[in-house]
Design a protein around this ligand. Sequence first.
Ligand code: UDP
Length: 281
Amino acid sequence: MEPLSAYNMKNVSPWKEKPPTFSILGVRVDNIDRSTAMKSVRRYIANRRDLPARTIYFTNVHTIHLARKDNEFLRCINRADTVLPDGSGLTIAGKLFGNPIQENLNGTDLTPAILAEAQTKGWTVFLLGARPEALRRCEEQIKLRFPRLRVVGSHPGYFSSSEESDIVRSINNERPDILLVALGSPLQEQWISANVERLDVGVCLAVGGLFDFLSGVRKRAPLWMRRVGIEWIYRFFQDPSTKWDRVFIEIPFFLLLVLLKRFTPRSIQMFIGNLRLSHGK
Ligand code: UDP
């Protein structure tokens, strides 16, 4: 695992020394709870000077799968300022590796808490991603839920690379405290990583399908499913044609690798570490 850069650690960490970071199959996880994650957000915004922006990502079985296939993506995740554990796959892995996950934190649940605080603190927010209609409805819902929140700009996803400079310029014109990037993985982390050095933003969060959920375009799983840790089953049935591989390939393969890593000798682990599964995506 890559060490945290001196820049990332300098004056911005809410921890006195090193954060309780460990790695699952080479991918960094900051094993912190919600209130510590909120402290990080506050710190990043309070300590913002100039460029580059701070970054918060969420690691789940899908991003670990992507990172194992693509070293550049792996580096991109491991270089973030904060990488939060998302999903029951990580909970299982944390238990097996003797490092129980303190709290399951995903962008869809954490971001509304950040927006609520943004409303009271006067932090500004910029939204990037999703289909235009979903983004429009998401902004309407945000206005209803957080009437005093200052959303200073938005731009839908599915843009071409020739539009990127204009998008960055319109973000920087507003100097938002928070930039929510909802382009799905790996695109959102890659986009942030490619642009972070020129983004005049307090903190960027990679939030996946958040705008679809806030807009009502997609439904969240019932609370009991989220509590039990099986929201992924609900998401699969909502969109089987694009999510089937997450359920039938990524989750079983992840569990197999974690079990093998936990219960096999090191020499065999080195062989496993070199295994890559490619199935198109
Ligand atoms: N999206 C986008 N641009 C793209 C691809 C996807 O804005 O080029 C949006 C998409 O409309 C959706 C979100 O990114 O709102 C991806 O949601 P998903 O739940 O699939 O995220 P993931 O689980 O992959 O992080």
